[in-house]
Design a protein around this ligand. Sequence first.
Ligand code: AMP
Length: 604
Amino acid sequence: MLYSDLASTFDRLESTGSRLEMASILAEFFRGADKSELRDIVYLCQGKLHPDFYPSVLGMSDKLVLKAIVEATFADEKKAEQLLIKSGDPGEVVVTLMGKKKQTNLFAFDAAPEKGELSVGDVVKSLGQIEKASGKRSQDKKIEIFKGLITKSTPNEAKYLSRMVTGRMRVGAGDMTILDALAEAFATKEERPEIERAFNVTCDIGLVAQTIAEGGMDSIREIGVRVGSPVKVMLAERLPSVSELVEKMGGKCAMEYKYDGIRVQAHISRDGNVKLFSRRLEDLTPNFPDIAQSLRTRCNFAEAIIEGECVAIHPETGFMLPFQTVTHRRKKHGMDEAVRDVPVRIFMFDILYADGNDMTSLPYPERRKALESGFSLGGMVQMTTMKIVESPEDGERFFASAVSARCEGIMAKSLAPESVYRAGSRGFLWIKYKKDYQQALTDSFDLVVVGAFYGMGKRAGKYGALLMAAFDPEEGLFETVCKLGTGFDDEFLDGMAGLLGDDISETMPRSVDAEMVPDVWFEPTVVLEVVAAEITLSPIHTAARDLIKEGSGLGIRFPRFTGRVRDDKAPEQATTVDEIVRMYGMQSHDSDGLSSEGGNAREE
Ligand code: AMP
C-alpha cells in the first residue's frame, strides 16, 4: 500500500470530530488494506510502530527533525525555527517550506519522479531504523534517514511523518475508535465486545487487527492471555460505607487489605525471565529487580502471570511505609541506591495465568487458592491479608485492622461463581473502601491537566492554576471538572512548567472538551491526584454535560492537589466521567440548588 493513501486517510480523520465517522473512515480503509500490512497500518494510525508495551519509542526531538527538514528542503534555518515557534507543529513547518520550494524549484519537490511512491513498508522500515539508531553518531543517522524520507515525500506525507517522529500524531484513532472500525470492517456490532476482550487481554491493537483480518471472529475468540503481553488490569468500584459494601456483595464476601503501593503485573516465563509491568504498561523490572528475582525463585509454576502491590517497608521496624516512599523506586537514575535504601515487598492478590491455563475465567476463590499454593511464600513475596466476611460488623473490624496495619483501606471481592477476572473493566465484583472516605465526602480523583492559567501576585511568572479534566471513554474525550489552584507547595509550583513539559497546544486539543479557556492548553498527559469537598452541578464544566440537568455539567468543589503525581496512570486511566456521575449519585443532595454557584468562582 502507498503511504500517500494512508496520509489521505489521516486528512479525512482530521476533518471530522465525530467518532462514529472516524470509525467508518477507518473501517473502509482497513477493508481495502492488504491483510498482512494491517498490523503496521493500525500502529501508524496511532503514531507508533509497536504495541504500547514495547520498550522503545520512536522519538526525535524537534531540533533534529527541523535540521532534517531544513536540509531536505534547502530552507533557511532561522526561518524554519521561527515557523516552528509560531505553529508549534513541525508538520505545518514542513508543508510551508515544501510549498515555498515548489514555487521556485519544481523538480526538487512535487515533481521529483519518486514523489508519492513511498510505500507503507518503506515508511515502517525507515522509521524502524530511526528507532534503532544508537551509538555515537545516532543523531546524525536519524537526521540522514529522516531526510531521506522527506526527500521522497509529498508535502502531505511529510506533514504526518514529521508529526509521527516527534510524537504528535493525533488524528483521533484511539483504541476504542480502532476497535469500532475493526468491528465495522470485519465483524458485527454485536461482536464488538469480543474484539474488545481480545484487546484487553493482549494490550496489542495491531495483533487484534491482524488476527481479525486474517482469521475472522473464530481466531479472535481464541486469543487468550499470554506471558509477555500485559493484560489490562481489573478495577474496583467504590461505595461510601462498609455496610453498603457487604450488602452489595449479598451479605458475604472476601475482604483484603488495600495496600498503598505500586501495582505490578508480573510475567514469569519458562526461560526464567520475569517482567514486571505497571498498570500503564511500562516495564518496571529495572525498578524492582529484587521482586522479580524473588518471584522467580518462589514460584512453583514454570510460567505464570500474577498481580500484586509493591509496598515499601521500614528496614528496621518492618512496618509498611506510605506510597511516597515506594515512588523512590520509580526514578530513572540511581536505581542501585534506591534498591538498597528502599526495601519492598510484593503483596500478591491475583493470578491470571499458570502453566498453559488462562485463569481469568475462574471465579475468585479458585484463583486465590491457585495463587496461594503456587508460591513458596516468604521474604519479599507475600499474599494480601484476606478474610471471609459475613456481616457489616465483621467488615468494620477488618477495616480497622487494615488501617492499623497502615493500609489505605479494604478491597471487598465477590465470591460468586461469576467472579472472574474482568480485564480492563471496573465493576462491583471488586469494591474499594478507603479511610479517606471517612474524612471527605468523596474518594480522591485522578484528574488530567488540560490547561494552565498564569499566576498572579506571589505566583507571577509561573502557572498559578490548572484546568483539570476527567476521561470519558465513550467519547474518547477529556472533559473538564475544575480549576485547581490549591495544594501546590513552592517546590511543585517551581517545577510545574517542567512537569507539564512543552506539549503546549495553541488551541484546544482535539481530545479535550472544555468551555473554560485557560491561558495555555496542554495535550492530556499528566495525571494528578485531587481531593475535593463535593461534586456539584456546574454551568461551565463539561463532564457529564446535560446528563443530570440540561445545560449543566458536573464540577468538583474546593479541589486540592494531594501532592501525588500519578505517573503510574496514563491519562486514559484517570477518573472517568461515569465514576464522577456515580460519586455524585452517592452524595446526599440536600443542598442541591448549586448550579448558580457551580462555576469558576467557587472552585478556588
Ligand atoms: P485505586 O487506585 O484507588 O482505584 O485502587 C485500586 C488499586 O488498589 C489497584 O490498582 C491496586 O494497585 C491497589 N490495591 C491494593 N491492594 C489491593 C488488593 N488487595 N486487591 C486489589 N488491588 C489492590
